[in-house]
Design a binder for this molecule. Structure first.
Ligand SMILES: Cc1cc2nc3c(=O)[nH]c(=O)nc-3n(C[C@H](O)[C@H](O)[C@H](O)COP(=O)(O)O)c2cc1C
Length: 486
C-alpha cells in the first residue's frame, strides 16, 4: 500500500465512454480523482477516428504515444477526415480472442493511452482508469497503454481482480504478463492464459520504469477485501465498497436469488458490506452506491471512509459522454415524477444484475427488450467455454439464439438479455448501423438514487458541470433550496 494521499471524491468509472476523458479531466482538475472508463476503449477510439476525430484530440494523443509507427498505421487505416458518409457503418474488425489480431491490440494500447493522456494533459490532478474484470481479453494492453500515459490509479470490479496487482508491477518494468483466463465447461479450471508482452510492440528501447498506479478493487463484502489483501499477486492500495444501489452492474445478492413484485432481485442486510470490518483493515476506502450527496459524504467519513465514489451525478453533468438528449430525457422524467430505475436480473449477459433507467426511446423493461434483432458484433461480454474437442470458443447469451445454443448455451439463458455492448455504445453516441439499417436503441444505466440529482437541478437547471457536482458534494456551493441534505 502506498502512503500517497488520495482525494475524498472519486468519480466512478462509467462505461462505455460515459466517463470519457473530458469528464475525468474536469473532475481531476477540480482536485478529485477523475476516472476514465477503459471498457471497449479500443472500439471507441476506432469510432472516434471514423467520425473525423472532432477537435483532433485522438490524433494529438496518438502522436504523443510511445508507438509513433503504430499510431500512424491506425490513423492511416481508420481516420476519416470528413467523418462517415450518411449510412456508412463503422468498420467491423475481428472480435477479441486469445490470439487477437494486431489491430485489436494496437487499438487497445493506444485507446488506453489516449484516454488517460488527454485526461491528464496540461493539468496536475490525479486520473484513474476503470476496467471490468469480466471483460478479460483486452485488459492487459489497455492497462499498459494507460500506464504509459502515467495513470495514477486502476479501479476494477465486476469480478475478482486478484491477478491485476502483480500485472501492474510487471508492466511497470515493461515485462511480459500472463493472467489466468476464465473458461466455462472446462474440465480443469484455469487451463488458459492471456499473455501480453510489451516488447512485441516496442518501437524503441523501453523508457525507464513506469509509475505503478495505485490499485483499488471494487468490492461488495469485507471478506473479499481480506481475501484480496492476502491473495492478490501484488499490493492493493485501497477499496471501493460498492452497494447494490450503484449504477451499472451490481454484485448479485448472496444465497438463492429472491425477487420482488416487479422481478427485481431482493437484497437483504447480509448483502451490505461490513464497513466496520473494512475500516479495521487499515486501508483507505470509499463508499459507493447512493452516497452522492453532502450527507452521503459526511456519513462515509463518519464510518471511517476516505470518501465516496459517485457515478450517477457525474453521468448527468455537462462533461459526461452520455448523449445530451438522453440526459435531458432523464431530467424530464425526474421533473414529471416518472423517473424509474429497474434492477434487472436478466438484462446483462454476464448474469450480474444491471440497472436500467426507463427513458422514452431507449431499451428498458418498459420499452420491451425482446423484439430487438440479436447481433453479436462487439463481443466484449462473451463467455469463453471449452468445446467437446477441447477448443476454446466464445458465446454471448444476448447474441443470436441459434448461435448460442450451437455453442453449448441453454435456450433459457437467452431470455430477456440485452446487448449491453451495442446499447451502451449507442448511449454515448457511437451506435453501429447494422446490415439492413438497424440501429440498437441506447441503454441508459444509473443508480437507484436518481433523485440525488434534484438538488443540482434546482440549483443549476439542466446544465451543471463536474466542478458544480464536486463543489456541491464538498459543501462549497450555496444551495438556495437547502434541500440537499435531506
Ligand atoms: C452510467 C453508469 C455507468 C457505469 N459503468 C460502470 C463501469 O463501467 N464500471 C464500473 O466499475 N462501475 C460502473 N458504474 C458504477 C460507478 O462507477 C459508481 O460506482 C456508481 O455509480 C456509484 O453509485 P451511484 O450511481 O449511486 O453514484 C456505472 C455507473 C453509471 C451511473
Amino acid at each position: 500500500m502506498t502512503d500517497r494521499k488520495w482525494p475524498a471524491i472519486i468519480q466512478g468509472g462509467m462505461g462505455i465512454a460515459v466517463s470519457h476523458w473530458p469528464l475525468a479531466r474536469a473532475v481531476s482538475s477540480a482536485g478529485q480523482l477523475g476516472v476514465v472508463s477503459g471498457t471497449a476503449i479500443d472500439m471507441v477510439l476506432l469510432r472516434r477516428l471514423q467520425d473525423g476525430d472532432p477537435g483532433g484530440h485522438m490524433r494529438r494523443a496518438l502522436k504523443a504515444s510511445p508507438w509513433p509507427q503504430m499510431a500512424a498505421d491506425v490513423i492511416e487505416r481508420f481516420f476519416q477526415p470528413h467523418g462517415r458518409k450518411a449510412n456508412q457503418p463503422y468498420a467491423r474488425i475481428p472480435l477479441w480472442t486469445l490470439s487477437p489480431n494486431r489491430w485489436r491490440t494496437s487499438l487497445a494500447m493506444l485507446g488506453g493511452f489516449a484516454e488517460v493522456w488527454l485526461a491528464k494533459a496540461g493539468q496536475a490532478g490525479t486520473v484513474g482508469i476503470n476496467l471490468l474484470t469480466k471483460v478479460e481479453l483486452p485488459n492487459l494492453p489497455i492497462l499498459y497503454g494507460a500506464m504509459q500515459a502515467g495513470v495514477d490509479a486502476v479501479l476494477m470490479g465486476a469480478g475478482i481482480p486478484r491477478e491485476i496487482p502483480g500485472v501492474l508491477d510487471r508492466l511497470a518494468e515493461h515485462e511480459e504478463v500472463a493472467m489466468r483466463y476464465t473458461v466455462s465447461d472446462a474440465p480443469s479450471a484455469g487451463n488458459s492464459v492471456i499473455r501480453f508482452n510489451p516488447a512485441d510492440y516496442a518501437e524503441s528501447a523501453p523508457s525507464s520504469r513506469l509509475h505503478r498506479p495505485g490499485f483499488f478493487p471494487i468490492i461488495s463484502a469485507a471478506t473479499l477485501a481480506v481475501m484480496l489483501i492476502k491473495k492478490a499477486t501484488g499490493a492493493v492500495d485501497g477499496f471501493i465498497v460498492e452497494g447494490a444501489r450503484a449504477g451499472g452492474h451490481n454484485a448479485p445478492p448472496r444465497g438463492v436469488m429472491e425477487y420482488d413484485a416487479i422481478g427485481q432481485p431482493v437484497y437483504h442486510p447480509r448483502d451490505t458490506a461490513n464497513v466496520t470490518a473494512i475500516a479495521k483493515l487499515g486501508y483507505p476506502f470509499w463508499l459507493a452506491g447512493g452516497f452522492g450527496s453532502r450527507s452521503g459524504l459526511r456519513s462515509a467519513w463518519e464510518q471511517g471512509a476516505n470518501g465516496i465514489q459517485v457515478g450517477t451525478l457525474f453521468a448527468y453533468c455537462e462533461e459526461s459522454g452520455l448523449i445530451p438528449e438522453l440526459r435531458q430525457r432523464v431530467f424530464s422524467t425526474l421533473e414529471d415524477g416518472t423517473a424509474s430505475v429497474y434492477t434487472d436480473p436478466l438484462a446483462s449477459p454476464t448474469g450480474f444484475p444491471f440497472k436500467v433507467v426507463s427513458v422514452p426511446g431507449t431499451l428498458s423493461e418498459k420499452n420491451i427488450y425482446h423484439n430487438r434483432p440479436r447481433i453479436c458484433d462487439l463481443g466484449y461480454l462473451r463467455e469463453s467455454y471449452q468445446d467437446s474437442r477441447g477448443h476454446i470458443q466464445q458465446r454471448c447469451a444476448a447474441g443470436p439464439m441459434d448461435d448460442y445454443i450451437a455453442h453449448g448455451g441453454k435456450l433459457e439463458d437467452t431470455y430477456r438479455r440485452l446487448c449491453l455492448c451495442n446499447g451502451l455504445m449507442s448511449a454515448s453516441g457511437y451506435a453501429q448501423i447494422q446490415h439492413g439499417g438497424y440501429v440498437e436503441p441506447p441503454v441508459v444505466t444509473s443508480g437507484d438514487a436518481l433523485e440525488e440529482l434534484l438538488p443540482l437541478l434546482e440549483r443549476f437547471g439542466q446544465r451543471f458541470s463536474a466542478r458544480n457536482v464536486v463543489d456541491y458534494l464538498l459543501g462549497t456551493t450555496d444551495l438556495e433550496s437547502g434541500a440537499a441534505d435531506s
